[in-house]
Design a binder for this molecule. Structure first.
Ligand code: COA
Length: 376
């Protein structure tokens, strides 16, 4: 084999949980929780000791975020006003873990699309915002379930995990250390979301994606060349989750909002938009692509307004849905999987030679860009 050491995206895969929650269903359950809370605390509220909780609204959610629905692993428990979190049964150690299960489904789709046998894959990276356990690595369980003889490890860069995974996989190919690498992103974000928090209860959804990065020498005829990748991180507390193994002991922490996803949404919006746009424009210059000529942007799916602004700065004009497709309406924010879902669902119609950009951004802060060109 004449290896090229040129990494390409050979194929992608997507697993979408069958259950979905509409904004109307979500708000009905949230507002029932608010009504029950206010009733139970009526005396303290009447005395002015605590503030009453405010109801959520379908109109606000759609206007502020562009989100209309989200897929989840366990709809019933999330919508039960007495529970309001997913209740996913623990499995025995000899059963496949839930994260591995959905990751495997997405990975199998990618392998099938590429016509690749698992035995020919060299490595599995499980790149996601949350791992259901510290070890053994989710990636190794996925590797075992698929029958891959190689190595695997987990990596977490929050919403940028998948693009950081793509660059890591691309670097293995560039260095010749691996020829075929699976980047799997099972994102069960419903587990870290505070479904009782009015400011953010609508944000996230569950999904799994897979990206097969390969040496151009073995990739299927139709693939996407990786023209350049660029990563950036800048520390910020504006998106944070303090859950971890060091705070497991105190029972009161179990319901502490600080141990779930928290964010300063407005600050994130203001600080991340310029950072992302600047990184994209710098990297476009380095890989000698006129950003205005990019045929499509597959942006991180967190907020429709943010994507509008970023796309405008990059393309030089207001982008339409064809230039910057959204999956936010049906999937919500699926953390690192968002830009990959957008790419997976909206790349087959592009022509040979078309260039595009997969870009993620989120907690850290973190930004990852992957410039790609469709083969002729
Ligand atoms: N229903 C109704 N009203 C709500 C509400 C809800 N669920 N949540 C908040 N509001 C109200 C607030 O009380 C506030 O009212 P006020 O102006 O009277 O005080 C108003 O809506 C505006 O709230 P704000 O939080 O400033 O909204 P926003 O327009 O900034 O939208 C986000 C909130 C979170 C959707 C938006 O900031 C965002 O998406 N930011 C980026 C987030 C991001 O990318 N995060 C990365 C995660 S990986």
């Amino acid at each position: 084999m004449n290896w090229t050491n040129r990494p390409v995206i050979a194929a992608t895969g997507l697993y979408t949980p069958p259950e979905s929650i509409s904004n109307a269903e979500l708000v009905e359950s949230f507002n029932e929780y608010v009504a029950r809370y206010n009733e139970a605390h009526a005396a303290a509220i009447g005395m002015g000791d605590i503030d009453p909780l405010q109801p959520s609204s379908v109109e606000f959610i759609e206007k502020a975020s562009g989100i209309k629905a989200r897929h989840v692993i366990d709809k019933a428990s999330i919508l039960d006003p007495e529970i309001m979190c997913p209740r996913i049964a623990e499995r025995d150690n000899d059963q496949l873990s839930i994260m591995a299960e959905i990751g495997v489904k997405a990975a199998q789709q990618a392998l099938e699309a590429a016509g690749r046998a698992p035995a020919d894959v060299d490595a599995v990276l499980c790149a996601a915002s949350n791992m259901q356990r510290p070890y053994p690595a989710m990636a190794i369980e996925i590797q075992q379930a698929l029958g891959i003889d190689g190595f695997g490890f987990d990596m977490n860069v929050a919403c940028s995990s998948a693009t950081f995974g793509i660059q890591t996989a691309a670097d293995y190919v560039r260095a010749g250390n691996a020829r075929s690498v699976l980047v799997v992103s099972p994102e069960i974000t419903s587990g870290h979301l505070n479904w009782r928090d009015r400011d953010s209860h609508f944000i996230f959804g569950d999904v799994a994606t897979a990206v097969l990065v390969e040496d151009a020498a073995i990739a299927p005829v139709n693939h996407w060349e990786i023209l350049g990748t660029k990563l950036k991180t800048v520390f910020s507390n504006n998106i944070r989750n303090n859950f971890g193994f060091l705070n497991r002991a105190a029972p009161e922490t179990a319901s502490d909002p600080d141990k779930l996803f928290v964010q300063e949404g407005r600050k994130v919006f203001k600080e991340v938009v310029p950072m992302v746009s600047a990184l994209i424009l710098e990297e476009a210059e380095r890989v000698q692509i006129d950003p205005h000529s990019l045929r499509r942007l597959w942006l991180h799916q967190a907020n429709a307004g943010m994507n509008r602004l970023i796309a405008h700065r990059v393309l030089g004009h207001e982008a339409d849905g064809d230039e910057s497709p959204t999956v936010l309406d049906t999937y919500a924010n699926t953390s690192s999987a968002g830009s990959i879902i957008a790419f997976h669902k909206h790349n087959s119609d592009l022509a040979g030679g078309d260039t595009g950009l997969i870009c993620s951004f989120g907690a850290g802060y973190s930004v990852g860009t992957v410039f790609v060109r469709k083969t002729d």
